[in-house]
Write a protein that binds this ligand. Structure first.
Ligand code: ASP
Length: 331
């Protein structure tokens, strides 16, 4: 029987009604109890590590989760982490970097309805997560609506639908069907030791361009001592420079040693800032491209890299390297 660890952190899956609205209130033991005889397929250990709505999960909590997973990795065949859906994609991405070379499956899951709701999707999602955790495929994943998504590729795209997560720019890692858990990737462990690298830089800002954005916002970010900026630019890669010149601000930022990373507001496919004049001008200022990474992966990768180094060259090198499946196409 596979030895699995269930770590709980809160979220809707564990929520109960309160006078202030839904809030986490159901612990891991109760959750395992709701699974009924299904849980008997595994040797299940339960640990409650946080009791939070995932809107309250921040870099400090990511470190708590990463530490708990890292400490337990040699005693279990796989680990399931229950988590609110709202920021699950960020947590899955950042854990993928903090726990590089994790030799076991680490599977995040949650639900759109509390496990106590009569129509809950929690049991379905937990079943898929446990099956993936028992699969022997190492890495960080999200299990939701019978789909298993690589942690660095998960994006929440629906507020209430049970199919709340998509695998963006990458095939699903596995699916659940009448034939069981169908793995679409091979269980390969690279044999590298998993060293917990959980230092993160919190001074990373994500800015979504809007037509006519006032360039002075970048002066403010400089004054606030941000060390990294991710810009969600337009389309394949463009920023405005007539009338309101964002390009000269990019120059100012990179000259000040700020890591400026550029991606697209489009959810699907890659960005390529070399395509248009409006993008090339940005590349000339030393901004770093993200290829086909999700915004969640770009932001967390930057937070993670800046937690390890202050060398902009190292940041650039790291961004062009596929660490945890986050890039499959680099422009
Ligand atoms: N607000 C909840 C959370 O992210 C939503 C959910 O879990 O579905 O914790």
């Amino acid at each position: 029987m596979k030895r699995l660890l269930l770590l709980t952190t809160g979220g809707t899956i564990a929520s109960i009604p309160t006078v202030e609205g839904l809030a986490p209130g159901i612990g891991g033991d109760a959750m395992a109890h709701r699974l009924g005889p299904m849980a008997d397929h595994y040797e299940l250990t339960v640990r409650d590590i946080l009791h939070l709505d995932s809107s309250n999960i921040q870099p400090e909590e990511w470190q708590v989760i990463a530490r708990a997973v890292h400490e337990a990795r040699n005693r279990f065949d796989g680990i399931v982490v229950t988590h609110g859906t709202d920021t699950m994609a960020y947590t899955a991405s950042v854990l993928s970097f903090m726990l590089l070379h994790i030799g076991i499956p680490v599977v995040l899951t949650g639900a759109q309805l509390s496990i106590d709701h009569p129509l809950t999707d929690a049991l379905e999602n937990l079943r898929a997560a446990l099956a993936m955790a028992a699969s022997g495929v190492p890495g960080v994943f999200v299990a939701f609506d019978r789909k298993i998504i690589l942690g660095t590729r998960a994006v929440k795209t629906k507020t209430t639908g049970f199919d709340a997560f998509e695998s963006v720019n990458a095939p699903l890692a596995a699916t659940v069907s009448g034939s069981g858990l169908n793995l679409h990737i091979q269980p390969v462990h690279d044999g590298e030791p998993c060293v917990l690298r959980n230092r993160l830089c919190r001074d990373v800002f994500l800015i979504k361009l809007t037509p006519g954005l006032n360039p002075e916002i970048f002066d403010m970010l400089l004054r606030m001592r941000y060390r990294g900026i991710v810009i969600e630019a337009f389309g394949a890669g463009g920023l405005h420079f007539i009338r309101r010149d964002l390009i000269s601000k990019l120059h100012k930022m990179t000259a000040a040693g700020i890591a400026v990373v550029v991606c697209s507001q489009c959810l699907y496919e890659r960005s390529d800032f070399s395509l248009y004049q409006t993008g090339q001008k940005a590349l000339d200022q030393g901004v770093i491209q993200t290829g086909d990474m999700t915004t969640e992966a770009a932001v967390t990768k930057l937070m993670w890299i800046l937690g390890q180094t202050s060398s902009l060259e190292e940041v650039r090198r790291c961004f062009s390297t596929n660490l945890a499946g986050e890039i499959s196409y680099f422009s």
